[in-house]
Design a protein around this ligand. Structure first.
Ligand code: AMP
Ligand code: ZN
Length: 115
């Protein structure tokens, strides 16, 4: 756990979250400021800042994040209609929380290109 990391505090249970999925290595919860009818953040419990610092030994863990996203999309009923998955990185990516997380957005038509 990283001190002063919001998402690590959620993993530890020190800050409440609206949990939608949890297993031994992954936690998923609803975004506090949703940008779509379904907006879930899927995170590894391990503190990793961003894609920039991902290590080879974390490849399987990030696969688990993706697989959790697959299950959540199904549970939310947006798998067939479709959804968007986003990892924001640093300033140009719009990253504001520096604990890697996958945005899972659905329940409406997404546009392209993103803003
Ligand atoms: P990003 O801007 O990609 O780093 O995404 C961070 C996301 O965390 C934003 O969409 C925020 O709305 C969301 N967020 C910030 N604080 C909380 C919180 N306490 N609970 C749930 N989501 C949060
Ligand atoms: Zn963290």
């Amino acid at each position: 756990m990283m001190e002063d990391c919001l998402f690590c505090k959620m993993v530890a249970g020190d800050i409440p979250c609206n949990k939608v999925y949890e297993d031994k290595s992954v936690l998923a919860f609803r975004d506090i400021d949703p940008k779509a009818p379904t907006h879930v953040l899927v995170i590894p419990k391990k503190h990793i800042e961003s894609i920039n610092v991902l290590k080879d030994e974390e490849k399987a863990l990030m696969g688990e994040v993706l697989m959790a996203g697959q299950k959540i999309a199904r549970d939310e009923g947006i798998d067939a209609s479709g959804f968007r998955t986003v990892f924001n990185t640093n300033a140009h990516g719009g990253q504001t929380v520096f604990h890697i997380h996958m945005h899972l957005l659905g329940g409406r038509q997404m546009t392209w290109p993103p803003g």
